[in-house]
Design a protein around this ligand. Structure first.
Ligand SMILES: Cc1cc2nc3c(=O)[nH]c(=O)nc-3n(C[C@H](O)[C@H](O)[C@H](O)COP(=O)(O)OP(=O)(O)OC[C@H]3O[C@@H](n4cnc5c(N)ncnc54)[C@H](O)[C@@H]3O)c2cc1C
Length: 401
């Protein structure tokens, strides 16, 4: 689809994760010339290539928020895109389980939220839950039919192909180190090239706030990296999980709690937890970047967040350091999991924006500059919602005065 007689720009997009690629593909389909720049040597090297691979339904998000509207629409558009481009996906549905009576009110609140967002969600009994997941333990559960699993790297490859087919390009090994914009143009300097464009879109994930500052903005939020660590179930234990089993999440936090997820490429992932990472790309406890740590500690919001959630944070760290505790969390969902069923797997780091006052930015969040658009909060379910986020960005750019 093209936008008819609108402007035709050269647009520089920072980041070849799913948000940058979806935005680039949308702009390219509308007739703009797109150059996607990424510092890595391939697509989806960070959040996108290290996530749970779930097409979320839109269940959890505040009605009317961008996460709810773009997430719910994104669940359909992502499934459709996968089908049209031959990318592996399976809309297998999922369970959210209350394992104790005291979790039931929160489960019912989630049911209401899901219904308000138009998600096909049903309250089911333990007996019905056992028909989906014979080994699950619960006092009540929600079944969500529109949740699925997908190969997000495959989606990225298809989006990159679309960009190229429309005359665009993806440049790897190009770390953006300078952005200067005027009323006429934007000059983007990378470690390998300099590029002059009419618009700049920042989809740099874990570094998005830094690029915004580089471009002359004073963003009102700071990205704080939260690592999510995964285990895999050993092949003999895989039969304990048929699809996707989630706990009732803490409604005050944007994390879903460690869950069990059958992956589209095979196997079952367990996780992710949420611990403060000591580097923006800190995939293990050994990855420490002094500059990143200092950057986080200088942000007053982190101290305020720490004062509020230090107990939860300490529990997460203990669980991160102890596979036994990790297994104990999983056994709340599936008690029959045997002792030796977990093998350490990959980790991902979430780019979570934090306000100065210590509140986590709940919704997707964008800021604009002259000839610039910055995506400053695109955590989960942004992979699911990426095609809708791309469309929204393209519409906003085209409708700007
Ligand atoms: C553990 C985990 C599990 C998740 N599970 C799910 C899920 O199941 N479903 C779902 O919908 N969402 C999930 N998410 C969220 C989802 O993965 C992210 O919202 C999404 O991938 C964000 O994509 P992005 O393109 O914004 O960022 P990224 O994928 O991080 O891409 C940003 C890109 O910018 C590049 N970059 C950064 N700085 C520069 C620079 N200076 N110059 C050039 N390039 C630069 C990076 O190299 C990177 O390639 C999960 C996230 C995590 C971490």
């Amino acid at each position: 689809m093209t936008s008819g007689s609108g402007p035709r720009w050269h647009v520089a997009v920072a980041g070849a994760g799913i948000v940058g690629l979806a935005t680039g593909a949308e702009l390219a389909r509308r007739g703009h010339r797109v150059t996607v720049l990424d510092k890595e040597d391939d697509l989806a090297r960070h959040q996108t290539g290290r996530n749970s691979g779930v097409i979320h339904s839109g269940l959890y998000y505040k009605p009317g928020s961008l996460k709810a509207t773009l997430g719910t629409a994104g669940a359909s558009s992502m499934a459709k895109f996968a089908e049209e481009h031959g990318v592996k996906a399976d809309i297998c549905g999922k369970l959210v389980v209350a394992t104790e009576q005291r979790q039931v009110p929160a489960l019912l609140a989630l049911l209401e939220r899901g219904r308000a967002n138009g998600v096909p969600v049903r309250l089911i009994s333990p007996a019905e839950a056992a028909e989906y997941e014979p080994h699950v333990a619960c006092v009540a559960a929600l079944h969500v039919a529109s949740t699925g699993i997908v190969d997000y790297r495959g989606i990225c490859a298809a989006l990159a192909e679309q960009i190229r087919q429309h005359g665009g390009e993806i440049v790897f090994g190009a770390e953006i180190v300078g952005i200067r914009s005027s009323f006429e143009q934007v000059v983007v300097t990378t470690t390998t090239t300099e590029l002059t464009a009419e618009q700049f879109v920042n989809c740099a994930g874990l570094h998005a706030d830094r690029l915004a500052r580089l471009a002359g903005l004073e963003p009102s939020v700071r990205i704080i990296p939260f690592r999510g660590e995964y285990y895999e179930l050993t092949p003999p234990a895989e039969h304990f999980v048929s699809g996707l089993i989630y706990p009732v999440p803490d409604p005050t936090l944007p994390f879903l709690g460690v869950h069990l997820t059958r992956m589209i490429g095979g196997g079952v992932h367990a996780g992710p937890n949420a611990v403060l990472a000591l580097a923006r790309e800190g995939y293990t406890w050994r990855d420490v970047d002094r500059h990143d740590v200092a950057d986080s500690l200088r942000w007053p919001g982190l101290w305020r967040l720490g004062r509020k959630y230090w107990r939860t944070g300490a529990q997460e760290v203990r669980r991160s350091l102890s596979p036994k505790r990790f297994l104990a969390s999983l056994r709340e969902l599936v008690p029959a999991l045997p002792d030796d069923c977990l093998v350490p797997s990959t980790a991902g780091v979430r780019a979570q924006a934090l306000h100065r006052n210590g509140s986590l930015v709940d919704d997707f969040y964008l800021e604009r500059g002259i000839r610039q658009m910055h995506v400053l909060n695109a955590p989960s379910p942004a992979a699911t919602a990426s095609l809708e986020i791309g469309r929204r960005i393209a519409e906003e750019l085209e409708s700007a005065p």
